[in-house]
Design a protein around this ligand. Sequence first.
Ligand code: 2M8
Ligand code: MG
Ligand code: MG
Length: 265
Amino acid sequence: YIVFSDLDGTLLDHYDYSFSAAIEAIRTLQQRNIPIVLNTSKTKAETAVILAQMQLDDAFIVENGAAVFLPKSHFSTPPSGCYSTGEFWCYEFVKPMPQWRELLRQFALQTPTCFSSLSTMPLQQLIELTSLTPEQAEAAKDRGYAEVLHWTGSDSQLSSLHKFAEENGAKVHIGGRFVHFGGESDKGRAMQWVTARYQELEGELLQTIALGDGQNDAPMLALADFPVVIRSPENPAPNLSTEKSIRTSELYGPHGWREEIERFF
Ligand code: 2M8
Ligand code: MG
Ligand code: MG
């Protein structure tokens, strides 16, 4: 097996970002040598800190499938298409941020103001919107691949953004609190790429277990062998266009994560 997990609202509590309810389940997987690949909207800077806190050393996927980081400690040679950055190999699925920021500027020119961008918003405002600590908020502003928007416009303006993205080779992802605008990445494609790398490494086929709570998790859940929806206290369950039978946790966030992992192992 290989486990792919969303963070916010899934392995981290929606409100206080704590993973303490799931720590024993994390350790159970580690004892069984099952990789836990974080697959999140968060930035590399944010995810690296959380990984260290969880004492995980597996690959991770950032910014809605935009890029993958493979630890050199596990992967001694770089898979094709990767570049070296510090202790990781990085594989990118999309172009970096400046391109998407420029495209967004063009959208903003033709539409009345309907968002503010997280990367330029005052730190204090971001802290108020998210309850992140100042250090976490700084790391969240440090985006590599997509702009994150605090949406203040209407639903029809949001539909226009979706349409604009589609026409311009970009993509909109809906997170728990924000709207993400970047390249055409998704968590599912990145999950498949990482699974292939682990299969090469371990020389065997791996079954994928994926856990997520939001609409941006739908592509990952749809492609997983064992998809698990983690119940959210705030948002509706992701809409999946698949016939597959899908489990939904009883409990919210990391409590639901533990509940579902314990069902498997
Ligand atoms: C944003 O991500 C979440 C994911 O569901 C959202 O869209 O609500 C990102 O800015 C992420 O980097 C940040 O940590 C998070 C904080 O709530 O919000
Ligand atoms: Mg989430
Ligand atoms: Mg390990």
